[in-house]
Design a protein around this ligand. Sequence first.
Ligand code: NAP
Ligand code: 8YV
Length: 314
Amino acid sequence: MQNKPHVLIYAPWYEPAMDRLDEIAITHHLYKANNKEDFLAEHGPKCSVIGTMHYCPAALMDAVPNLKLILNFGVGYDGVDIPAATKRGITVVNTPDVLNDCVADMALSLILAGRRKVLDADRYIRSGDWEKKGNFEYVHNVHSSKIGILGLGRIGLEIADRCKAFKMDIAYHQRTKRSELNFKYYESLIDMAEDCEILVAIIPGGETTEKIIDERVIEAIGPTGLLVNVARGTVVDNEALARCLKDGRLGGAALDVFPNEPAVPESLLEIDANLILTPHMASATHLTRMKMGMILYDNLMALRDGTPFKTPVN
Ligand code: NAP
Ligand code: 8YV
């Protein structure tokens, strides 16, 4: 094949999908290099593409002077400097839609496990407490409970569909009302949090949503309520969350995402009940990760063939 583009892989993704890129491109794996500066200086100028996951600052773009395309493995691209890319004439593509079901499945897993305290109950048996102390505590319903979805976009809508099947009462908040849908819309997040027993966040990260779930919102969800975050770690004030869980102002939380992954705030790790932590795995099934990778493959083909990109975000 002629004119194989050179791709700088900043961070690796699902290996079977990443390996497919080698059919149509020459890949340079920066994350494997001992001396990243030397590696960038040697290979950066050859590359017209960067492959990454949610991260590409302007400085990295500048280290690849012939850059035309950024492949972002993920639908969220909050760590990619979009204005800098646009200014430099670089297209950024992401992987929307193919992960909606998977992420919604995970959100429901966390809602069900959090509400019914499945992990605490498992620990209750293993510690011998069932025999020592008798039956586990009573918990709150999933069915018939009121859920507020923060972000009724592609994934939020799939979560809503699943909540309907679980006979939940569904509301949502975002900046734009979706008049075509029958769910109750709240103009104010705090008002929705006050009315709901479960709040699930599925909005983009970045400056505009930073700590949008602050101490006031967390308190509004309340002592019998559950917060589920499958969005980005930055959308929650995690220190306030830890305080509210510790002193009982919030009933429980289930978090798939954290501000500085893979680090998890110490204040959360200290909490041993009513808190479920998962390592950013909502889209991490073989099939979904392959589909995400193949969207990037198709976009790379488009660059090679001079045809329109499949999923540009700028
Ligand atoms: P989407 O279709 O663009 O939906 C995002 C929704 O968030 C929109 O409906 C938008 O509505 C709302 N929103 C945006 N900014 C907001 C704000 N400041 N306040 C309130 N609502 C706001 O995106 P998606 O494909 O569903 O993905 C959503 C996000 O989920 C991604 O960006 C990513 O961060 C996260 N995610 C996480 C995982 C994981 O593994 N845990 C996997 C996939 C995605 P308005 O514009 O009307 O406000
Ligand atoms: C992935 C995600 O975990 O799509 C997103 O925005 O956060 C997830 O699907 C991912 O991109 C791999 O890090």
